[in-house]
Structure formats: structure tokens, C-alpha cells
Design a protein around this ligand. Structure first.
Ligand code: HXC
Length: 266
């Protein structure tokens, strides 16, 4: 029996991580590089991308930054083709770029709806379409899409994000079947509340809101970005070679854990 060496399993492989300049995306990029892979981080903010490139360099790894908005299909295509031309291959794609804010559906402007669905749903398709062509030509590749459990159970105030992430889950399963025989696997991870600046500012901006989120998690704590990166690394690796079209939930039990009944013994 061969045991895959997780410390070197991405050696000579190339990954593209969208939204890789901060939070979960940065942790996934660093995790990929720590196992020997080369990583490109794509996003809108050059300064944030530079931070990831520095962190990877500090590990002795290879990283490059690509300034690009995932909502712009032509820029995405150009960026992906350029990357493959420079590095000769692309083995993994992580669609992590997201936009989110809490808003009542009746107050959400068409442009607010569009901003979030464009980033999450359309951006994921544009990147998957552009990278998928290269993966199909090579006959191998793994894609991980970052979603949230409200993609299937819904959540008030997130109609734009939940609808978009639900679409991403459907896209993942559809392409897992469409591309399965041609060596390309697609899966999702669904992180629970994770200690990052972006999610905190958008979803638990006050100490009371933060306490409320914490109280909803059976594991009684937030995830670290590194813990979420482990789930992504598994699905991108050959250890998951027979896993496709699935959603790995890493949420400390949050979406299961709604208490309904009370125990009157106290
Ligand atoms: C209501 C808002 C709003 C808010 C923006 N809009 N913020 N509406 N409440 N808080 C509206 C604007 O008024 C505008 O509509 C439209 O959205 C577009 O806003 P812009 O700022 O012009 O858009 P843009 O610069 O493209 O920014 C996109 C964004 C932004 C989504 C709005 O927040 C963003 O880029 N965020 C990226 C980082 C991020 O959100 N990370 C958190 C991910 S956490 P009008 O009609 O006025 O023109 C996450 C975790 C989920 O996803 C899972 C948890 C378990």
C-alpha cells in the first residue's frame, strides 16, 4: 500500500486560488505551497495579493499575484491562459472569491443582488470555464468551490449569497458528471464561521453579533483559516482521487446544531 506524503504531495503542481489575498483564500494558497506546489493568487487588491506572495516566499515556496476581477470574463480568460503559458500547467483551481453583506431581501437593490451573484456565481463559472479547458486538455485537474451551508438550508438576510452559492453547488455537481470521465474532479467545501477580517466585518461586525454566532456552533468556537485550508487541500489532493461532486462541511456542527426542544430538568 502506498501512503501519499502530504508534505510534498503538490510538488511540481500549479494551483490558482481566487480571492487568495486574504482569509481562507490566503490560507489555502499558503497550504498548497507548503506541500511543494506553485500557487497563483488572483484578486482585485494587489496589496493583499502581495501579502500572500510574501508569506509563500517566507516558506521558500513559489507564488505569483494576478490582479483581476472574477466578474470580468475576458480578463479571467486572459489571466488563466497567461498563467498556463508561463508555468506550463494548471492542476488545481479554488473558487474562493466572494462578496457578502447582510441585507433584507426587500431592501436589496438590483445592483446589490448583482454585485454578489456576479462575484460568487458568475465569477466561479468564468474561472472554472477558463481553467477547465486546460484541465480537460491535460486530462487531469481538481476544482474546489467555497460555499456555505445556507446554500441548502437558506438564511435570512443572505438571499443574494445563498442563491449564488446554491447555484455553485449545482454547478459543481453538474460538471463533476460532465467532466468526470475526462479526469477533472470538482467538489465544494462549506466552511462555518471562520476567524477572518472579511467575514467578521460582513457577518459579525459587533461583539454581540459575534457572541450570537459563537452560540450557534456546537464546537463552541470559530474555525481558523488553516483548518479550512486542510479540507481544501484534501479535496485537491490525490487522496481524494475518487471524490467528486461532493460538499465537505467544516463548520463545527453549526448547521446541524439548532436546538429545538428544551429539557425542563434544567
Ligand atoms: C446593502 C449594499 C451593502 C450593504 C454594498 N451594497 N454593501 N447594500 N447593504 N452592506 C450594495 C451597494 O449599495 C450597491 O448597490 C451594490 O451593493 C454594489 O456595491 P459596490 O460597493 O459598488 O460593489 P463592489 O465594489 O463591487 O463590492 C462588492 C461587494 C463588497 C460584495 C458589495 O462587499 C465586496 O467586494 N466584498 C468582498 C469581500 C467580502 O464581502 N468578503 C466577505 C465574504 S464572507 P446600489 O444599488 O447602491 O448601486 C462570506 C462568508 C459567507 O462570503 C459564509 C458564512 C458562513
Amino acid at each position: 500500500m502506498t501512503v501519499i506524503d502530504t508534505a510534498t504531495e503538490f510538488t511540481d503542481r500549479v494551483a490558482l486560488v481566487t480571492g487568495g489575498g486574504s482569509g481562507i483564500g490566503q490560507a489555502i494558497a499558503v497550504r498548497w505551497a507548503a506541500a511543494g506546489g506553485t500557487v497563483a493568487v488572483l484578486g482585485r487588491r494587489a496589496d493583499a495579493l502581495g501579502d500572500t506572495v510574501r508569506k509563500v516566499a517566507d516558506l521558500g515556496g513559489r507564488a505569483e499575484a494576478i490582479s483581476c476581477d472574477v466578474r470580468d470574463h475576458e480578463s479571467v480568460s486572459r489571466a488563466v491562459d497567461g498563467l498556463v503559458e508561463r508555468l506550463g500547467r494548471i492542476d488545481a483551481l479554488v473558487n474562493n472569491a466572494a462578496g457578502n453583506f447582510i441585507a433584507r431581501a426587500e431592501d436589496l437593490s438590483p445592483n446589490g443582488w448583482k454585485a454578489v451573484t456576479d462575484i460568487v456565481l458568475n465569477g466561479t463559472f468564468y474561472c472554472t470555464n477558463a481553467v477547465g479547458r486546460h484541465m480537460l486538455a491535460a486530462g487531469r485537474g481538481a476544482v474546489v468551490n467555497v460555499v456555505a451551508s445556507y446554500a441548502w438550508h437558506g438564511h435570512p438576510g443572505t438571499v443574494h449569497s445563498a442563491a449564488a452559492k446554491g447555484g455553485v453547488v449545482a454547478m459543481t455537481r453538474t460538471l463533476a458528471v460532465e467532466w468526470g470521465a475526462r479526469g477533472v474532479r470538482l467538489n465544494c467545501i462549506a466552511p462555518g464561521p471562520t476567524e477572518t477580517d472579511g467575514a467578521g466585518a460582513a457577518l459579525w461586525p459587533t461583539p454581540a453579533a459575534r457572541q450570537g454566532v459563537l452560540a450557534s456552533v456546537p464546537a463552541a468556537r470559530f474555525a481558523t483559516p488553516q483548518e479550512i485550508a486542510e479540507s481544501a487541500a484534501f479535496l485537491l489532493s490525490d487522496r481524494a482521487a475518487y471524490v467528486t461532486g461532493d460538499v465537505l462541511v467544516a463548520d463545527g456542527g453549526q448547521w446541524l446544531g439548532k436546538a429545538i426542544y428544551t429539557d425542563n430538568r434544567g
